[in-house]
Design a protein around this ligand. Structure first.
Ligand SMILES: Nc1nc2c(ncn2[C@@H]2O[C@H](COP(=O)(O)OP(=O)(O)OP(=O)(O)O)[C@@H](O)[C@H]2O)c(=O)[nH]1
Ligand SMILES: [Mg+2]
Length: 253
């Protein structure tokens, strides 16, 4: 069972994208299971097949250990790791061809604590992929764009799994802007030009050096524009995932 984890900063569109891609896969007759790993979420735009809120209750943790919401979320992340065997069993029972995993709202809870990489490692031994979302509205400014490159490189450095980069919420910005940001991801010179034109002083220097440092790592950030509202780009996402997870075969065997 190939597993795809959806990661991104708070509010970048993880949950709605999970909903849109799972619906899209179902429409194209693929058997998909959806897992919610966010213990703190109140309302989801999809019905999860496996829901981590059935294993840990953030409200109970706050009460029991006199914790604030963030302390309780950190504890929850660690408790989820303890339950990973049970969660894996529940996912396997569904016996889907593809599993989509929506990760916690605050990316650091998943990516920058020990539990996230442990869960990714333990959940399946079969091929897996990470999808990292760049929020289009936030990425219009080259300074923010470079910061997001840095964060996604940091995520890669935690998981070392194939990582697909998507520009989310593209319906919210003009098409020319979408193209411009996608061009930055394909051509470092285009990004460097934008940095030179739009940023000044320390911000320019810092962004340029950070961009160069990330490029030196040899990571590819080719951004695929998508929208979870209009389903733009989901066909491309699906073929990219098929290529990574099944060597080009359909998930269904
Ligand atoms: N227009 C538009 N809005 C979107 C899109 N994707 C997400 N949104 C909106 O952006 C907000 C955040 O989306 P979520 O899917 O909850 O993002 P998330 O990353 O799961 O957020 P947290 O888990 O709370 O960190 C919601 O109001 C969504 O309706 C999109 O493709 N287009
Ligand atoms: Mg979410």
């Amino acid at each position: 069972m190939p597993v795809t984890f959806i990661i991104g900063t708070a509010g970048s569109g993880k949950s709605l994208f999970t909903a849109a891609l799972s619906e899209w896969l179902k429409m194209s007759k693929q058997d998909v299971a959806v897992v919610n790993l966010d213990p703190g979420v109140l309302k989801l735009p999809y019905s999860p097949d496996v829901d981590v809120r059935n294993y840990v209750d953030v409200g109970d943790l706050m009460e029991k250990y006199s914790l604030g919401p963030n302390g309780a979320l950190i504890l929850a992340a660690d408790l989820i790791a303890d339950q990973v065997e049970k969660i894996t069993r529940d996912i396997q029972e569904i016996n889907a061809d593809m599993v989509l995993v929506d990760t916690p709202g605050q990316m650091e809870l998943f990516a920058f604590r020990a539990s996230g990489p442990y869960i990714v490692e333990e959940l399946t031994k079969e091929p897996k992929a990470l999808i990292y979302l760049f929020d289009a509205v936030f990425s219009i400014n080259p300074l923010n764009y470079v910061s997001n490159m840095f964060l996604s490189a940091a995520v890669y450095n935690r998981f070392f799994q194939p990582q697909v980069h998507l520009l989310s919420k593209c319906d919210l910005i003009p098409t020319e802007q979408v193209k411009r940001i996608a061009d930055w991801s394909a051509d470092p010179r285009a990004l460097e030009d934008a940095i030179d034109q739009e940023l000044e002083g320390t911000k320019r220097l810092f962004s340029r050096n950070m961009m160069r440092a990330i490029n030196q790592l040899g990571l590819k950030f080719l951004l695929m524009p998508i929208s979870a509202k209009t389903n733009q780009g989901l066909t491309n996402v699906n073929s990219t995932l098929e290529r990574i997870l099944t060597g080009g075969e359909k998930y269904t065997t």
